[in-house]
Design a protein around this ligand. Structure first.
Ligand code: AQP
Length: 337
């Protein structure tokens, strides 16, 4: 279990919102990288349900989605014995640290966050304060464990940069304390794009179900969605500027097969987009098959899931409780005991 005081290994923290089944973007950009990191690092992974509350949710469905998201990270290879795997709202220290860090965050810097601009435009009837301060809670998630590295997709880079600024500002004000975290962004697949509009990122909450591959989609559905993917009017499978649709499919195929762009171009030389889209669909479906099988088993074992997330929260609280206690002392709160 990670211990921020005497661990030799670097600490990794990452989270994912339980806002629906994970997309291929979430998987390639973030979650599939989490499992392989477990041997080299002390890893802490969270289902960040408090973040998901920034958009209105049906409580019954939300609870179910949170359990499914937890089962999904295990299905994707997180071993709850090796890593700390927990549900964010089970650890009150995230909310406590959030407040302290909010007092070291400027209104202007939060106003510049592109996710806030995008999401407030998407939900104009509910531009709540949580949506605005979302990046402060994300900073608290990360800094509560004195995290060294944060595996994320490229879309979260701006938020991570803010977390770094908040850590540095706190350290300047109260003396060196927080580790300033580094992003850990995959070289290929850092931003998987929508299949229906390759200028937009693939997103769980996209209203068009054909725009994203959900990692629990069955093989036929995956192939059908890839066949319908928007591409340009050409026919040559080649990675090139202005061919956003094909570039995106090549990136996805590369992630599913491990092949380079040159190998992919050679494989499909003289063949059209139709053959290529079918091959991408088959490769992705095969790549995701073990995740679907693991999930089907795990989601039916509620007792096991509960045992894992309860013990995960205990471990998370032990580590972050020590950090938050030191922060309270640093800012000058009177000791409670
Ligand atoms: N399209 C993407 N390509 C690569 N990485 C991605 N991530 C998200 N979309 C892509 C990465 O997935 C991790 C978890 O994301 P999240 O669920 O916390 O929030 P998000 O970035 O807002 O993801 P979505 O799918 O767009 O969710 P909704 O629709 O609910 O807002 C992060 O590391 C993210 O970088």
């Amino acid at each position: 279990m990670p211990d921020t005081n005497n661990t030799q290994k670097k600490i990794i923290f990452s989270g994912i919102q339980p806002t629906g089944c994970f997309t291929l973007g979430n998987y390639i950009g973030a979650v599939r990288n989490w499992g392989p990191l477990q041997d080299e690092y002390d890893c802490i992974y969270s289902i960040v349900d408090m973040h998901a509350l920034t958009v209105k949710r049906d409580p019954v469905k939300f609870r179910q989605q949170t359990l499914e998201a937890y089962a999904l990270i295990l299905a994707c290879g997180i071993d709850p014995q090796k890593s700390v795997a927990f549900i964010q709202s089970h650890n009150r220290y995230h909310a406590e640290l959030n407040w302290i860090l909010a007092c070291s965050t400027q209104f202007g810097e939060l106003s510049r966050m592109t996710q806030f601009k995008d999401k407030s435009a998407k939900h104009p009837d509910d531009v709540n304060a949580g949506l605005f301060t979302y990046p402060v809670l994300m900073a608290a998630d990360i800094l509560a464990y004195n995290t060294d590295l944060v595996p994320i997709g490229a879309d979260q880079k701006q938020h991570l940069e803010l977390a770094r600024n908040i850590a540095q500002r706190f350290n300047q004000r109260y003396g060196e304390f927080f580790t300033v975290p580094e992003p850990y962004i995959p070289k290929v697949g850092a931003k998987v794009m929508s299949l229906q509009d390759p200028s937009k990122k693939m997103s769980k909450s996209d209203e068009n179900p054909n725009a994203c591959i959900f990692i629990l989609d069955d093989k036929d559905t995956i192939i059908r969605k890839f066949k319908r993917a928007i591409t340009d009017s050409g026919s040559e499978v080649r990675f090139a500027e202005g061919k956003d649709g094909i570039n995106n499919l090549m990136t996805i195929y590369s992630c599913a097969t491990g092949k380079s762009n040159a190998e992919i171009e050679a494989e499909f030389a003289g063949k059209g987009y139709g053959d290529f889209k079918l091959a991408v669909g088959e490769a992705v479906a095969d790549h995701l098959a073990p995740v679907r099988e693991n999930f089907a088993r795990l989601i039916n074992d509620k007792a096991y899931l509960k045992e894992c997330y309860t013990s995960g929260a205990e471990k998370a609280m032990k580590i972050s409780g020590k950090v938050v206690a030191k922060v309270y002392r640093k800012v000058g709160f009177v000791d409670a005991r």
